[in-house]
Design a protein around this ligand. Structure first.
Ligand SMILES: Cc1cc2nc3c(=O)[nH]c(=O)nc-3n(C[C@H](O)[C@H](O)[C@H](O)COP(=O)(O)OP(=O)(O)OC[C@H]3O[C@@H](n4cnc5c(N)ncnc54)[C@H](O)[C@@H]3O)c2cc1C
Length: 535
């Protein structure tokens, strides 16, 4: 993809176009609704607030070069999905007799200041973002008076964000949606010449992935309805990468771009799905969605700093670009990891268990710096959500410093989750001729069998890039040595707060009290408590 500097797109709309919207002698032209990752008009706090405050609203999306360059780090398929969502949002406004969505381009502050100069107010939904988004929103608030409207079930500016958290989210889920009456407002639009198609051209967006879902509210609702019908099958589909492809909801990209609100998904499932395990498991995941988003709201550092400072440098001195490349390219010699990583690159999606497996092998076995792995996921996932991806990476890697670390064994995962070898044969076709019994450890296949089926480990498929058992022991040793100090730091209030454990600050303090013996003998005693859960 090209960079902003190369992009032949002007900052738009220009001041003249914005001024042309003003009504004669009108000191209060209306309210701009600045859409970001909330691409719908229903159950939308900022749209409802704007319609309440004004008789004229102008829905705006700003193509921010920051999203297209390194800070945004989105693959082309995610940008194409976003563009679908925007076309759909434009339709939603037209369907209520509005003029549609205004597409702008440039630094959002510069664009919004043109509206502010012409007397427009502006509102946006408050969202949890990383440092770039926070700085942008602070500038918008301070310089331009943009109002950020809460309404996503998250607790803001509370000293103890975990206190009563579940109750608050439960109440929010059950509350009435944000409503507005399109007949009471005029929905305005200004022609800018900017369209998703022009942006795609200017930035060289090319859809190279396959099986990418269509973006937008309509497609999201279809998916929600179909999934609700089949929800009883959900628990049995979650773990296998083949079954999960159609068996989990597939709603993550729609939730990530706000085509559907978490609350309306919850309401639909609550009212329409039969009671049972499928329903309760799914609903608990909607809570997880809020939980991880809350974490980013509490501390934007999740994206680039280890939540527990003791692990800030962990694996950094072992950075080996060849190992990282083998992982990214699906050439590690661990078939389940390789199949998953190739599937991620080609389709932009993986089920939870395979994401966790790949993160675990990357950090625990290849022992590489976590950020590079997390950034790679974030780039390729269509549902790449900063609030979930980076917090999940830190949790899976063990950077919080709490007990219960999960090391996933790629050989066991094949036996459990792909017993017929369907997933591995699809994504690592060079192994397809191998009898299924050898797929968990192809390097151990007798040479006679390799010859017979035409597979040569070391030539047509790599030997494991590291010795699994040795790497795992080494990791246990290193992690165990650092663990008591990490657990102790959880006792510090600032760190406990950002870790945002389910038991709150009290839980963090109790981990620190139980395990915080910085000088404990590595690999013994309480340090082992962090390492006893293997999958
Ligand atoms: C290392 C790693 C990175 C991840 N990165 C992302 C990401 O960038 N974006 C993302 O949406 N999910 C992420 N997940 C969580 C999970 O894998 C996906 O939400 C899920 O696979 C998406 O498929 P689905 O919509 O069919 O899920 P379903 O099982 O149908 O779940 C429904 C919804 O619940 C939420 N959800 C499910 N699992 C989790 C979870 N563990 N944490 C938080 N919310 C959850 C999602 O919004 C999801 O759409 C990540 C998990 C791991 C281990």
């Amino acid at each position: 993809m090209g960079s902003f500097a190369d992009a032949p797109l002007p900052v738009a709309p220009d001041a003249e176009a914005v001024r042309s919207l003003s009504r004669p002698d009108d000191a209060d032209p209306g309210t701009v609704v600045w859409h970001r990752s909330d691409l719908r008009i229903a159950d939308h706090p900022a749209v409802a607030a704007a319609a309440d405050e004004s008789d004229r609203i102008l829905p705006l999306f700003v193509f921010d070069p920051g999203f297209h360059d390194a800070r945004g780090a989105a693959c082309d398929a995610r940008i194409a999905f976003l563009h679908d969502c925007l076309r759909d949002l434009d339709r939603q406004y037209r369907d209520v007799d509005g003029a549609g969505l205004t597409y702008a381009h440039g630094d959002p502050i510069e664009v919004l200041s043109r509206f502010a100069d012409a007397g427009w107010d502006a509102v946006a939904s408050a969202t949890a973002t990383g440092r770039y988004g926070r700085r942008r929103d602070e500038r918008a608030r301070e310089r331009l008076g943009v109002e950020f409207v809460d309404g996503d079930g998250l607790v803001r500016d509370a000293d103890r964000p975990r206190a009563d958290w579940s109750d608050r989210v439960e109440a929010w889920l059950a509350a009435e949606p944000f409503d507005w009456d399109p007949r009471s407002v005029a929905v305005e639009r200004v022609e800018t010449g900017i369209t998703p198609e022009r942006v795609a051209d200017a930035y060289g967006v090319e859809l190279t992935k396959t099986r990418v879902p269509t973006g937008g509210r309509e497609a999201g609702r279809e998916r929600l309805h179909a999934f609700t019908e089949e929800i009883a099958e959900y628990p049995g589909s979650i773990s296998s990468p083949v079954d999960a492809r159609d068996g989990t909801s597939g709603l993550s990209p729609y939730l990530r771009f706000g085509c559907l609100s978490v609350r309306e998904v919850h309401r639909h499932v609550d009212e329409r799905a039969p009671d049972g395990r499928g329903k309760s498991m799914f609903v608990s995941r909607l809570y997880w969605n809020r939980h991880y988003t809350q974490k980013l709201l509490d501390w934007p550092g999740w994206l680039d700093r280890a939540v527990n400072p003791v692990y800030e440098e962990f694996n950094r001195d072992r950075h080996d670009p060849d190992l990282v490349a083998a992982w990214k390219d699906g050439e590690t010699g661990f078939p389940m990891v390789d199949a998953s990583m190739r599937c991620l690159r080609e389709t932009g999606w993986l089920n939870f268990r395979m994401r966790a497996l790949c993160a675990s092998v990357y950090f625990h076995i290849l022992q590489q710096p976590w950020r590079i792995g997390a950034d790679h996921f974030y780039e390729h996932l269509i549902d790449g959500d900063p609030a979930i991806n980076y917090t999940q990476w830190q949790s899976q890697c063990g950077l919080v410093g709490r007990p219960g670390l999960r090391l996933y064994d790629p050989r066991k995962q094949i036996r459990d989750q792909d017993p017929d070898g369907e997933f591995v044969s699809r994504w690592v076709p060079e192994l397809a001729p191998l009898p299924v019994a050898h797929l968990d450890a192809p390097e151990k296949t007798p040479l006679a069998v390799q010859r017979e089926v035409g597979v040569r480990i070391g030539e047509t498929y790599p030997y494991p890039v590291v010795d699994y058992e040795a790497a795992r022991s080494e990791f246990r040793e290193r992690y165990g040595a650092a663990y008591p100090a990490a657990a102790e730091r959880l006792g510090e209030e600032a760190i406990a707060r950002r870790a945002s454990l389910s038991g709150g600050i009290d839980a963090a303090e109790s981990i620190a009290a139980d395990h915080g013996e910085p000088d404990a003998d590595p690999g013994t005693g309480s340090a082992q408590a962090a390492l006893d859960e293997f999958e």
